[in-house]
Write a protein that binds this ligand. Structure first.
Ligand code: C2E
Ligand code: MG
Ligand code: MG
Ligand code: MG
Length: 281
């Protein structure tokens, strides 16, 4: 009967919620030890210049190889880490790893490509963020080869003074020498005033913009004009999530010549990425 189907549906829904809570609790129980035990890994995904056919850098993406929970993707734990505040510790671990990787390459005389690191929105609300960044830069002696990625939702504040404070944090990072990317552009509110307020070097177009443009002339127009706006404002424009030759062609037609996606290279562990760079040097 319908009543039975509905109650089955509710039970199924309840089971899912319970299962999700149980997983979140497990994640919370394992995360600190996971950090101490070096269970978190930095994987690197290349960025590509479609016009000159050259690799121009990479993005650092976290993976968690947990003995208790298995091999996890960021989508499975970053949300939980944000809720608990733990994400800021994770981000500094990743930053430290990338700084170290770049220093080791430099000292070995190997070519260094710029690597961008995702920064949680929680950082720019945290008092100590800039101090920790300054300490890290002092420790490694240089910012060369490190870029930061922030999403526009990071500037989504209730009050304008909070937002102004967040913008100041980014300006200071920029003055310190970091290149700043606006990540996932076009997927959220796309607050255009941010483009004027923030000292941005790179606009990263969200994959949904590209996908939506594949079968819509109207979206192609949005994409083309967003790309032009980015270039007019002096930014490099990179599109994420390119998977096919058709998507590459579409992007070139829309005026974008930098991309990142499975079509050019999947995220890979550090050692594999070093081989990748060596083969292309
Ligand atoms: P993001 O920064 O927008 O990173 C791009 C995501 O798109 C990555 O997912 C990447 O693997 C995926 N991707 C790349 N090429 C393609 C493609 O051709 N097709 C499709 N469908 N996807 C592609 P990933 O690694 O699962 O990371 C997801 C998100 O987790 C990231 O999105 C970022 O917001 C967050 N994240 C990753 N690492 C960190 C980190 O160290 N700290 C923080 N705070 N967030 C992180
Ligand atoms: Mg990113
Ligand atoms: Mg992105
Ligand atoms: Mg994205």
């Amino acid at each position: 009967t319908l009543a039975m189907q509905v109650s089955d549906g509710i039970r199924f829904y309840d089971d899912k919620i319970i299962e999700r809570r149980r997983f979140a609790t497990q994640v919370e129980n394992c995360m600190r030890r996971g950090l101490d035990n070096h269970e978190f890994q930095v994987w690197y995904q290349p960025k590509y210049d479609l016009a000159s056919h050259r690799y121009i850098g990479a993005e650092a993406l976290v993976r968690w190889d947990s003995p208790e929970l298995g091999f996890l993707m960021p989508g499975q734990f970053i949300g939980i880490f944000e809720r608990t505040g733990f994400v800021t510790q994770l981000d500094f671990y990743i930053l430290d790893e990338v700084f170290r990787y770049q220093r080791d390459r430099r000292q070995a005389g190997l070519p260094v490509v710029p690597i961008s690191v995702n920064q949680s929105r929680l950082h720019i609300q945290e008092q100590n963020y800039l101090n920790k960044m300054k300490r890290l830069v002092r420790q490694f002696g240089t910012i060369d080869g490190i870029e930061l990625e922030l999403t526009e939702t990071a500037f989504d504040f209730e009050s304008s003074s909070q937002r102004a404070a967040a913008v100041d944090v980014i300006r200071t990072l920029k003055e310190m020498g970091f290149r700043i990317s606006l990540d996932d552009f076009g997927s959220g509110y796309s607050d255009l005033s941010l483009l004027n307020t923030l000292p941005l070097d790179v606009m990263k177009l969200d994959r949904t913009l590209l996908v939506a443009s594949e079968d819509s002339a109207r979206m192609q127009s949005v994409l083309t004009n967003t790309i032009r706006m980015g270039h007019d404002l002096g930014m490099r424009v990179i599109c994420e999530g390119i998977e096919t030759a058709e998507q590459e062609k579409l992007l070139l037609n829309c005026g974008c010549h930098c991309g990142q996606g499975f079509f050019y290279g999947k995220p890979m562990p550090e050692r594999e990425f070093s081989r990748f760079l060596q083969e292309r040097a």
